[in-house]
Ligand binder design. Sequence first.
Ligand SMILES: [Zn+2]
Length: 443
Amino acid sequence: MENGLISVDRWAEGSHVYFLTHLHSDHTQGLTSSWSHGPLFCSRLTAKLLPFKFPNFDLSLLRILEIGTSHTLSLPSPSSSSSRTTIQVTAIDACHCPGSVMLLFRGEFGCVLHTGDFRWEHTCEKARKAKDMLRCALKDDGDGVDVLYIDNTYSNPTYDFPTRKVAAQQVIDIISSHPDHDIIIGINTLGKEDLLLQISRVLKIKIWVWPERLQTMHLLGFLDIFTTNTTLTRVRAVPQYSFSIETLEALNTMRPTIGIMPSGLPWVKKPLQKSELLSGSFLTSRYKRGRWSANNEVQIDKQIGNIEPLEKIHQYIYSVPYSDHSNFAEIEDFIKLVQPTSLKGIVSSSSCYIEPMYYFGRLCRVNQPIQQLHNTHKRKESGKRVGAVSTKTSFGGDNAESDRKRGKTLKAKFSGVRVSRLSILRKRHRGAKIKEINSPDHD
Ligand SMILES: [Zn+2]
């Protein structure tokens, strides 16, 4: 994140300290049992699970970040071999999978928030507490967040799906309506535990998991709900890689079986038209809150009548929109809460990747003219480098021009040049907020 100083979910040599937001494999690429590039900071639960994923890992490298506590670290300064620099870091529950945290950093580089993967739902008590914690942590720094690294997995308005509680009920309904079927649910090596717990509690049934997953469940403290004995239950949670049409077809030659795939991905409305991207009212007219009511009952909205609440994607397979990542509206709410100066997406390989500033730049503290964003988007589409454009364009108009005319050189000590540049520019532009960003509807 800051070259020579901090790495978050990146494991190449060259940083003084390393941070792990959570243990999903796309965040641990390069991390191995023999990795030893420096101290590794993570949540207590992640530290407990890590040796299971990486046997023989050097545990003396692990440093625990207590949730909600500000930790101060003194590190050699990357800009000078003789001096040191101090950073503060606070971990906050990301409500994504067990042990997942977002990380709030402060240092000479400014204030930087890295969400890791996260999902904060309106109806989730844990998310409410985490939000309060973040508000509290942000109060300590009147200047606010300079750069927000955000989980942009679903940062596109086409991704709209209900809360995990609602989706879990949909899974339960499918299972209940197939009383004579075996059920296969595709899951990852970590995550979706709450879904399985809810199924077990409501249907009063144990859940089969594979042996390694049972060990993880035991580490997480779930001792009686899961089993590796297939005779004890008709509901089996299997690794996603073994969940396929072929598997389901083979199983159905022996016993009637249906598969359920919990994921946010199939919950797509329809491709956006380009003209809609420029419509200022697009987001508010189609993505009003309250579609999923406070008591979690689906409110049928004529505007979204084209969405089927459940999707049977194959004779034997249901897709249910149970997602551990925020949907578009939740990402939008989060950005309104944080009001960063600049945004960067942490997911770049997603097929739906879109520069987060494109949709959310208007929520940053320095307004982003929509036409400029559209131009930025087009530049990206045409394959030209955007790089720092996300911050550069955010200042837009006369002020950026006058800065250039005055020949101001806004350099920083670290390679995170933009951070310090942003801090300086932000101070000049203080007060240039969008008025509606504090709408109480979104708190
Ligand atoms: Zn993840």
